[in-house]
Design a protein around this ligand. Structure first.
Ligand SMILES: Nc1nc2c(ncn2[C@@H]2O[C@H](COP(=O)(O)OP(=O)(O)O)[C@@H](O)[C@H]2O)c(=O)[nH]1
Ligand SMILES: Nc1ncnc2c1ncn2[C@@H]1O[C@H](COP(=O)(O)OP(=O)(O)O)[C@@H](O)[C@H]1O
Length: 208
């Protein structure tokens, strides 16, 4: 069986990764989404196993020791990581999987899955990025400043990615990502191989 395609959506903090990813979940429910583990406490309305698997630091360290994470990163004082088994199982079943992670983790995933498709979400401007981080209202002034300075460094990593998508409007950003997914499917051999087989069958049947 052909393996599924691994898609990674990344980009600076506050650009709208979480927002775009949850909009994509409604628009493309057939896509499988990876749920990360984190030591960050849940925000209001977040549910364990849906938004994240919320872990204590000890539990997270034990996951690292057991090699249960495909990658992990420390980000603004908390740990975040992608459970390995679910990703590998989904791809082996021939299904695509979608990861929404920060840039250090994305670069580590690229080392393990060079054939993955890496999408960088861009803000329309740095001013708009700051407005979004402040507007979200989940950060203190110190974490806003920290997240903004990290975000500027993160923007310099754009060259590691296959695609850049501007998140000016959520629906437009989702449509661009949807187009990328379609384009990547068209590119893959399994699609062309299946079409070629059908053509051969047709040719034989019609004696063309
Ligand atoms: N490396 C890595 N980063 C993750 C993972 N899950 C989430 N993140 C990233 O961690 C960062 C902080 O996430 P969060 O605290 O939910 O805040 P927000 O996404 O900025 O609202 C974001 O950039 C996420 O994309 C993961 O499994 N691995
Ligand atoms: N296209 C957009 N236009 C306006 N605001 C947006 C857009 N995308 C996201 N936002 C807002 O920006 C803030 C940060 O988004 P979030 O998804 O938490 O970013 P990230 O996951 O990249 O850190 C949120 O308040 C969100 O509602």
């Amino acid at each position: 069986m052909n393996k599924g395609i691994l898609f990674v959506l990344s980009g600076p903090s506050g650009v709208g990764k979480g927002t775009v990813c949850s909009a994509l979940r409604s628009k493309l429910p057939e896509l499988v989404y990876s749920v990360s583990a984190t030591t960050r406490p849940p925000r209001e309305g977040e549910r364990d196993g849906v938004n994240y698997f919320f872990k204590t630091r000890e539990q997270f360290m034990s996951m690292i020791e057991k090699d249960a994470l495909l990658e992990y990163a420390e980000y603004v004082g908390n740990y975040y990581g992608t459970p390995r088994e679910f990703v590998e199982k989904t791809l082996a079943e021939g299904k695509d999987i979608f990861l929404e992670i920060e840039v250090q983790g994305a670069i580590k995933v690229r080392e393990k899955f060079p054939e993955g498709v890496f999408i960088f979400l861009m803000p329309p401007s740095l001013n708009e990025l700051k407005t979004r981080i402040v507007g979200r209202g989940t950060e203190t002034q110190a974490t806003i400043d920290h997240r903004l300075s990290v975000a500027v460094e993160e923007m310099n990593l754009l060259h590691h990615y296959d695609y850049a998508v501007v998140n000016d409007e959520i629906d437009l950003a989702c449509a661009r990502i949807d187009s990328i997914i379609t384009a990547e499917h068209c590119k893959r051999e399994r699609f062309l191989g299946a079409l070629f087989e059908q053509l051969q069958t047709l040719k034989t049947a019609d004696n063309v």
